[in-house]
Design a protein around this ligand. Structure first.
Ligand code: F6P
Length: 320
C-alpha cells in the first residue's frame, strides 16, 4: 500500500486532530503517502484534497475541531455522488481510506467499499459515544468534562440564588453525555432518551432536597429526552421554585481534548493505518476494556450501543 487518504465527517469532536496526526505520522513512518481530504465526503466528491506531511499535523494534538474540516454530506448518500468520489480515487491513486466520524460516516464508507472496493477503516469520532464496538468514542471524555465544568459554574449561581437549573446537553438519540455528566455533576435527576422519565419523581426529589435545606438543584436533560424549556416551565408551575434553563449546545463540541481523548485518538488512528497495511477491507477500530479491537463495520452497524443501566440507577440512588 503506497497512498492512503484520511477525512473527518459528521459532527466534529475534540481529539479528531490528534487522530489525523496519528494517521498521517504512522503512515509516513511506514513509507506511505497520505492525502488529506477536506470537508468530509463533500471534499472527496469535489476533489478537495491535498498531500499531507509531518509538518501538516504539527501543533494540532491539543486543538479541538478538525483541521480537515467536516460536513454531513448529502451528496455522498447518492450513487452519483459516490461515483464522482470514485473518479477521485482513481485520479489521486488512493489505495485506502481512513474515515474519522460517527455511525452515519461509517455507513457511507461501508457502502462505498461495497460498490468500489476501496479498503476503508472507520475510527469512532463523536462526542455522543453512541457507536457500538467500542467502549468510548473520540471526543466523549472532553465533552463530558466540558459539561461538568459548566454544571460546576451553574451550581455556584444556583446556590447563591437558591434556584433549580435545567441543563440541556447534546444527545438526540442517546443519553451517554447526560448520564456521565449528570453522575459526575451530582444532578438530582437525569433525563435520557433511552428511559421514560417520571415527572412526579423529578418534582418529589426537588421537594425532598428543599425540605433538607438544599439551596439549589440541577437537572440534566439530554436534548432527545425532553424539551428542557417545557420541563423548566412545568417544574416552576408544580413546585413554585425559581427555575432556569441553560442549553449548553455546541460549546460541548469544542475545546482542547483531554489527555484521555488524545491518547485514545492516537492509538486508534495508528491502528487504522495498520489495518489498511494488513489488507483489511472494511473495519472499524475501537477500544474495549482498554485494548484496541477491530471489527467489521457491518457488524458494528447492526448493533445498538446501550446505556449502562446500573450507572443510571446508581445516579438515581446517589441523588435521593
Ligand atoms: O453527533 C454529534 C452531535 O453533536 C449531536 O450530539 C447533536 O445532536 C448533533 O451533533 C448536532 O448537529 P449539528 O451540529 O449539525 O447541529
Amino acid at each position: 500500500m503506497q497512498r492512503i487518504a484520511v477525512l473527518t465527517s459528521g459532527g466534529d469532536s475534540p481529539g479528531m486532530n490528534a487522530c489525523i496526526r496519528a494517521v498521517v505520522r504512522k503512515a509516513i513512518y511506514h513509507g506511505m503517502e497520505v492525502i488529506g481530504i477536506n470537508r468530509g465526503f463533500n471534499g472527496f466528491i469535489e476533489a478537495d484534497m491535498a498531500p499531507m506531511n509531518l509538518g501538516s499535523v504539527a501543533d494540532i494534538i491539543h486543538r479541538g475541531g478538525t483541521i480537515l474540516r467536516t460536513a454531513r454530506s448529502e451528496q455522498f448518500l447518492t450513487p452519483e455522488g459516490r461515483a464522482r468520489a470514485y473518479e477521485n480515487v482513481k485520479r489521486f491513486g488512493l489505495q485506502g481510506l481512513v474515515v474519522i466520524g460517527g455511525d452515519g460516516s461509517f455507513r457511507g464508507a461501508h457502502q462505498f467499499n461495497l460498490e468500489y472496493n476501496l479498503p476503508v477503516v472507520g475510527v469512532p469520532g463523536t462526542i455522543d459515544n453512541d457507536i457500538p464496538g467500542t467502549d468510548q468514542t473520540i471526543g466523549f471524555d472532553t465533552a463530558v468534562n466540558t459539561v461538568v465544568e459548566a454544571i460546576n459554574k451553574i451550581r455556584d449561581t444556583a446556590t447563591s440564588h437558591e434556584r433549580t437549573f435545567i441543563v440541556e446537553v447534546m444527545g438526540r438519540k442517546h443519553g451517554f453525555i447526560a448520564l456521565a455528566a449528570g453522575l459526575a455533576g451530582g444532578a438530582e435527576s437525569i433525563l435520557i432518551p433511552e428511559r421514560p422519565f417520571d415527572f412526579d419523581d423529578i418534582c418529589e426529589r426537588l421537594m425532598r432536597g428543599y425540605r433538607r435545606g438544599k439551596l439549589h438543584s440541577i437537572i440534566v436533560v439530554a436534548e432527545g429526552a425532553a424539551n428542557a424549556l417545557e420541563i423548566g416551565q412545568r417544574i416552576k408551575e408544580r413546585t413554585g421554585f425559581d427555575t432556569k434553563v441553560t442549553i449548553l449546545g455546541h460549546l460541548q463540541r469544542g475545546g482542547s481534548p483531554t489527555a484521555t481523548d488524545r491518547i485514545m485518538a492516537s492509538r486508534l488512528g495508528a491502528r487504522a493505518v495498520e489495518l489498511l497495511m494488513a489488507g483489511e477491507k472494511r473495519k472499524m477500530v475501537g477500544i474495549k476494556a482498554g485494548q484496541l479491537v477491530a471489527l467489521d463495520i457491518e457488524e458494528a452497524l447492526t448493533q445498538t450501543r446501550t446505556i449502562d443501566l446500573d450507572m443510571y440507577n446508581l445516579a438515581g440512588v446517589l441523588s435521593i
